[in-house]
Design a protein around this ligand. Sequence first.
Ligand code: 13P
Length: 249
Amino acid sequence: MSRNYFIAGNWKMHKTRSEAATLAKELVAGLKDGKHKYLVAPSFTALETVSAIVKGSNILLGAQNCAAEEQGAHTGEVSVLQLKDVGVQTIILGHSERRHIYKEDDELINRKMRLALKHGFEVILCVGELLEEREAGKAEAVCKHQTVEGLKGISAADMPRVTIAYEPVWAIGTGKTATPEDADAIHAYIRSVVSELYGVDAAKKLIIQYGGSVKAENTAALMAKENIDGALVGGASLKADTFIPIAKF
Ligand code: 13P
């Protein structure tokens, strides 16, 4: 496979600065001979701390969200300019927790996508269906809708900076992983949607991560699938001894 594996840790709302620093140092040391592409996404409050630690390493710095506006009267929001200032390279957008707990819709996520790309960031666009949507046979339709709406107005020239993460909501933090076969089927489908939008070549190059209860024990089987090009890891990314084996699968 010509695509590089991309393993990312989404630390969600965990870790003080000193805890984040400890983990970041362990990861820099533990992954320095790692062969894949790596990213950690700490909370906003720990970005500057982690930025100084991962600088010059093979680990990219990610943010978990950004505002849809560049700056202004937006209490509680964090702008792309501020993220760039602390060294963030990649922004995770449309995470299911943003969609379902904080009610971000496709239109808002798309505005964030366009703003982040305009400012030179890489983005990870998260898509994925709820359990009831899967049970109703709507998994593909939901993922297609979120992919198409998320990518609206994004040029083919910007697609090399876009990663898609398929995170079935029912598999996040539940210990239930999609089977490698089920995940691969959705990944292949998402790739076909991107092919319709941007052509076969762009679709072939697109990195599609899987997320949802990824752990060392299930990583190799997931990554062995043709269309699974990496992982977006939550719980297991919070400790070096659970994340490093995934990152070095
Ligand atoms: P878990 O790995 O804890 O299931 O979380 C997945 C996730 O949401 C990563 O963004």
